[in-house]
Design a protein around this ligand. Structure first.
Ligand SMILES: Nc1ncnc2c1ncn2[C@@H]1O[C@H](COP(=O)(O)OP(=O)(O)OP(=O)(O)O)[C@@H](O)[C@H]1O
Ligand SMILES: [Mg+2]
Length: 504
């Protein structure tokens, strides 16, 4: 049997620089939202008050993306360090930066080309470009002429004038639709912008509300110029309208000379506000919220201290990990997750509020609040068919949130060509309410349609006619109602159509 030796002997060393293709693997856990949040981090660290996220559209193609800020900018002698993978700098206790990776990892997770153009006050504009597929050049980073950098920085971004600022530009962005169908591009953009508003609004809610940082999103058509700006509003997951008596409570425990504080909140009841109905849905957002330097790193989940449970969805706990509580937590480089170490569960179990409340007491109180609040609302509402095809996702989600659902096939509301001028066809076999396509243009008023178009009309129809699709037969009463709806709605649709045709 051989013996374990403590020392590993060596005989010289070889230099093995990483293969540039390793860059391909950077940031694989990023989504577009988390990647852009990483760039926003950098703008905030640079003291920016205004940050613009811009999609660039050429015809039906989305060709690129910009993040522009009016922050401090990068001095010419610092730009190379900024572009270096793992190029850490000295961080202050306020900085969101930590790894020296964010800019590169976030960018290469979404785009094959990253260009940074920046100007620090009193310095010339500088620019660098990294291209992923140019690995034949090893780690060579392209130098962008100062004139181009200045021209990009001085484009009319409609940000408050500033002597300094940074433009981060992504080209060859993957995941953008390469469709020729303008509807698909529009739909992608509106969905993406709304996801981004949700993610950035949540991640930076303390910074937006507390420091007045403005983040806006827009789309520039290279021929038509920039469109409307969508403001990112703060979404504070703890902004409930009124508190339950005695809550929130701070549960504290001493861990290696640091105080770990769990601020335990209970929403008084469910709510329709974006603050309650967070991206991903309130139910998935119960649990722990970790903040580092006012930036939300992680929103929801119990990290092993309890299992998720519908009845715990009013429970949200905020934890600031600024002091880092002696290495108990680790954040991932994408800054989208915090993992709690093995000692976390026992620390939480030992935590107490001043009045002696424990985590178990808290979870019980949150569950009791849920049961109590629910008794008063949804339980009394009549169940409906689940919404199927044809509904805008937000309408479907709202129906599912507000109403108990029957365990039956969903109800679809869809367009088709009719041989008559009736507006509706009740197709019980296909569980579909058909709408006569002859009226579609008029109802859209000339806007483009899509599978989920006219959400208001469809939501109204769902509420009005939904129950005639339930169960096995149309009753006599149902038949009469269907006649009434058909007559009145067909007259209304014809009126819409003639008004529309008179206009166009
Ligand atoms: N918008 C910006 N304005 C000014 N400087 C910037 C900007 N973006 C990046 N930088 C500079 O580039 C450096 C590298 O950024 P990068 O995001 O890669 O790393 P980091 O922010 O230092 O750390 P982390 O990996 O945690 O994000 C930053 O430290 C900063 O000096
Ligand atoms: Mg960074």
């Amino acid at each position: 049997m051989s013996v374990w030796s403590q020392e590993v002997p060596t005989e010289g060393a070889v230099e093995l620089p990483p293969d540039p293709r390793a860059m391909n693997a950077l940031g694989r856990n990023h989504s577009l939202e988390t990647a852009l949040a990483d760039l926003v981090d950098n703008s905030i660290d640079a003291g920016a008050t205004d940050i613009l996220v811009r999609f660039v559209q050429r015809g039906t193609r989305l060709v690129g993306l910009y993040v522009v800020d009016n922050g401090r900018g990068i001095e010419p002698e610092r730009i190379d360090a900024a572009m270096t993978v793992g190029g850490q700098r000295r961080y202050t206790s306020e900085d969101l930066g930590h790894f020296g990776l964010g800019l590169k990892a976030a960018s290469f997770s979404q785009a094959a080309s990253l260009t940074v153009l920046s100007r620090a006050a009193g310095h010339k504009a500088v620019g660098r470009r990294w291209q992923l597929n140019a690995s034949r050049h090893g780690f060579a980073c392209d130098i962008v002429p100062g004139t181009f950098a200045a021209a990009e920085l001085d484009r009319n971004w409609q940000l408050p004038a500033s002597a300094s600022g940074t433009v981060v530009r992504w080209d060859q962005v993957n995941g953008l639709p390469s469709s020729d169908d303008p509807d698909q591009v529009d739909e992608f953009l509106s969905r993406t912008i709304s996801h981004l508003q949700g993610h950035l609004g949540l991640t930076f809610h303390r910074i937006i509300a507390g420091r007045g940082v403005r983040i806006v999103i827009d789309v520039e058509d290279i021929h038509l110029g920039a469109g409307v700006r969508h403001r990112v509003a703060p979404i504070d997951p703890f902004a409930y309208p009124d508190t339950l008596p005695g809550w929130p409570k701070d549960l504290k425990v001493r861990v290696n000379d640091n105080d770990l504080v769990l601020r335990c909140h209970i929403w008084p009841r469910r709510s329709n506000t974006p603050e309650y109905r967070l991206p991903g849905g309130a139910e998935a957002r119960q649990g722990l919220y970790f903040y580092r330097r006012s930036r939300l790193l992680h929103a929801g989940g119990w990290e092993g201290i309890h299992a998720a449970d519908t009845r715990l969805q009013l429970a949200r706990v905020s934890i600031d990990i600024d002091g880092d509580t002696a290495g108990m937590f680790a954040m991932n480089p994408e800054k989208s997750r915090v993992s709690a170490g093995p000692r976390f569960a026992s620390a939480v179990a030992a935590a107490r509020a001043d009045d002696g409340t424990t985590i178990t007491d808290y979870l019980q109180a949150a569950e009791a609040a849920w049961i109590n609040a629910n008794r008063r609302t949804t339980a009394r509402r009549k169940a409906v068919l689940p919404p199927g095809k044809g509904f805008h996702p937000k309408v479907s989600r709202e129906i599912r949130n507000e109403l108990p659902l029957l365990h039956e096939e969903p109800l679809n509301i869809q367009w088709k060509r009719f041989t008559t001028d009736a507006f509706l066809e009740f197709d019980r076999n296909a569980r579909t309410l058909w709408l006569n396509r002859a009226y579609r243009q008029a109802l859209l008023g000339g806007r483009r349609g899509g599978g989920n178009d006219l959400p208001v009309l469809k939501a109204l129809l769902f509420l009005l006619v939904g129950n005639v699709f339930e169960g096995a037969h149309f009753g006599a009463r149902d038949k009469d109602n269907m006649d009434i709806w058909q007559e009145i709605l067909t007259a209304a649709a014809k009126a819409e159509k003639s008004t529309f045709e008179a206009r166009s």
